[in-house]
Write a protein that binds this ligand. Sequence first.
Ligand SMILES: [Zn+2]
Ligand SMILES: [Zn+2]
Length: 445
Amino acid sequence: MKQSNALVEKIFAAADAMNDEMVTRRRDLHKYAEPGWTEFRTAAMVAGELTKLGYAVEAGAAVVKKEAMMGVPSDERLAKEMERAVSEGADPQWVEKMAGGLTGVVGTMKCAGDGPVVALRFDMDALDLMETTDAGHEPLEKGFASVHDWGMHACGHDGHTTIGLAVAKILAELKEELKGTVKMIFQPAEEGVRGAYAMVEAGVVDDADYLLGAHIGMKLPRTGAIAARIYGMLATTKFDANFTGVPAHAGMAPEQGKNALLAAACAALNLHAISRHSGGTSRINVGKLIAGSGRNVIGDKALLQLETRGISTEVNEYVASEAQRIIKAAADMYGVTVDISRAGGAAGAENSPALADALTEHARELGIFSEIVEEPVDFGGSEDCSYFMQRVQNNGGQAAYLNIGAKLAAGHHDAHFTFDEAVLGLSVKVIATSAAGLLNGEIKA
Ligand SMILES: [Zn+2]
Ligand SMILES: [Zn+2]
């Protein structure tokens, strides 16, 4: 059954009416960019807005499992960021609930009749990056460049948060015409793939029949394009390995030293020699190695930062477990100790085929996109929305991640990044109508 046109028209009208509001909100979020686990101002605003719209709102420990958080800043830094957020206008009551960096928010709304649980996931974090001060950069010229020289929205998550709140508002307004339950999920710390796992482990999508996620501009730097057939999200694990040896005078007593620098160097070379896996594509990269203290000292400390990836969770796990074995063996060989911690991770994922087909068809029927990508798109990178997707799919539900095209000033994660704000309205229209169609059983997958 085709989706009721009357409902689609109402959603379009509501999205059009919100255009200025969305631009204002996106620019505000861009200006107060907050990297992973420090999204106190953003998350407090989201929690406040969802409450106003009538959602049952949970934030903090109820929706983020502390033990499953990865790559969390120091307690000292978090305390400082909480204060900073309040000084920038965040509601202290919400911020307090998020102490420790538990900056996830979930809003739940029961609609008029019985129907499925449709979860929509949006990420909120910025990057640890300083925004460019080059002339011609739109956020600078229009006065909304980041006021934090340690944070910049260079991936478009300011747009994602804005889109999520607009969708939340439209669905709340149409509640009486919808069935089932809407779950609006606002996730911290996507960058470095650190945040999703903790929300999934808190059980936020355990009851979901459908899960939708989206990214703007990714792979499609053209406003008006959309792709729903996505595969090849790589599973990944990020490790920090801290080697500790014993320092000694390199001339007078080298035999008394235990060389952490050499252990780390040995590990780095051998990590890149891990055998490939017949199960498919894999990657490994030692991206950073800091070691030693001075020319004439046996290096007693080393930090190695690496990541593994695989086409499936299984392939990645093979590379990740080999990596840990090699790091431990290198430490052993040089008689030093090593502490390995997980700094981030994502599952392998692909869109549920039937849902991807239904959403491709749905996007075409809306008539607002100038380019519907039919061919399956190889995502090629990692995105921790995959954890939500995997959990929902493992429970028998369906999940899809949309790539929504947007003209970009520069690539993602570039200090010159910004996107065409016309993507906000397009995204709200396709996501809100998709959610409504799934809730009402009009989009069948
Ligand atoms: Zn990013
Ligand atoms: Zn992103």
